[in-house]
Design a protein around this ligand. Sequence first.
Ligand code: ASN
Ligand code: ZN
Ligand code: CA
Length: 332
Amino acid sequence: EQVQTASGTGTGVFVGTVPLTTTTATGGYSLKDASRGGQSTSDLKNRTSGSGTLFTDTDNAWGDGTAANRQSAAVDAQFGAAATWDYYKNAFGRNGIKNNGVGATSRVHYGRNYVNAFWSDSCFCMTYGDGANNLNPLTALDVAGHEMTHGVTSATAGLNYSGESGGLNEATSDIFGTMVEWSADLPADPPDYLIGEEIDINGDGTPLRYLDKPSKDGGSADAWSSSVGGLDVHYSSGVGNHFFYLLAEGSGAKVINGVGYNSPTSNGSTVTGIGRDKAAAIWYRALTVYFTSTTNYKAARTGTLSAAADLYGAGGAEYNAVAAAWSGVNVN
Ligand code: ASN
Ligand code: ZN
Ligand code: CA
C-alpha cells in the first residue's frame, strides 16, 4: 500500500501555528510523518500503559492552542519530534535516534495531573503528562528534544543513568534539547539557554533549569566537586550544562533574545565562547565516538578535547576553549 503524505497545519499549546507532515487515512488524515521515519503521536486518554490511539483529523488542521483541545498537546509533541529529527539530520547527518531511518512515537495525555515527561527505550517512545490541573502539558519543544536525546544517548555512548555518567546523560539531553529549540527558532518559543521555561512548572515563571548558572534552580551544581556524583542526575547535570554554556557563549553577563544570563566560572577565569553550533558539534562527536557507559566528568574533559582536536585541530582556539570551559567548572 502506498503511503500518501499530506501537508497539514497545527496549533500547539507551546509551538504556535506550525506545519505538520501527515498521512492520508480513511475519512481524513493521521498524525504520522512518513518523511521522518513514520514518527507519529497517539492519545493515551489518561491511561498509563498501552500505545494509545493514533490521532486522526478530518481537515488536517490540528489543535487550537488550548490544552483543553486534545490535539493541541499532540501538535507540540509531533512538531517536537520533527524538529528533533531535523536537528540531528541537518547538524550531524544522523538519520533518526538509532541512525537507521526509523522514527520514534510520542504519547500524550499520560495519566492525570502527571507533571513529567519521559523517554523509554522499550517502546522507543516519548510520553508526556498533562501537568497541574491536567491542563499544563509537559510538551514544550526543549523538553521534547531532551527526551528524544535520551534515545540518542542510549543508542550511542549508553551513559549509565546514575553517578557522574548520569549527570552527563542528563546534560546531553539539556544541551541538545536547547539546540533543538535554537534550530526551530519559533516566534512562539524564542530560543534560550533555559529548560522548560514555557511550561511554568513552578507557577512563578521560572524554568526547570538554567544552563548559564545551574544553581539558580536551587539544586544543581555549577561546578564539579567530589560529591557531585551523589546528586540526583538532574542536578549533577549542572556541571555539563555550565560547561556547554561557557563553551558556547563565554563567561560573564549578556542578554540574548531579551533574556539575561550571568555565567561566572568557578576559578574566576574568563572564557571566550566559540558559538553554540561548534560547541554542540564537539559534544556530539564526544558522545558518539569517545563517551562510554562509565564516562565521568574527568573523562568527558578528555573526550571533548579529543573531539575538538578531530574537528578543529589540536591546540586551536576551539580546543583551548574546551579546556578553559572545563577548568571554569572545576574539571581539570
Ligand atoms: N523528565 C525526566 C527526564 O527525562 C524523567 C526522568 O527523571 N528520567 O530526565
Ligand atoms: Zn532527562
Ligand atoms: Ca528553552
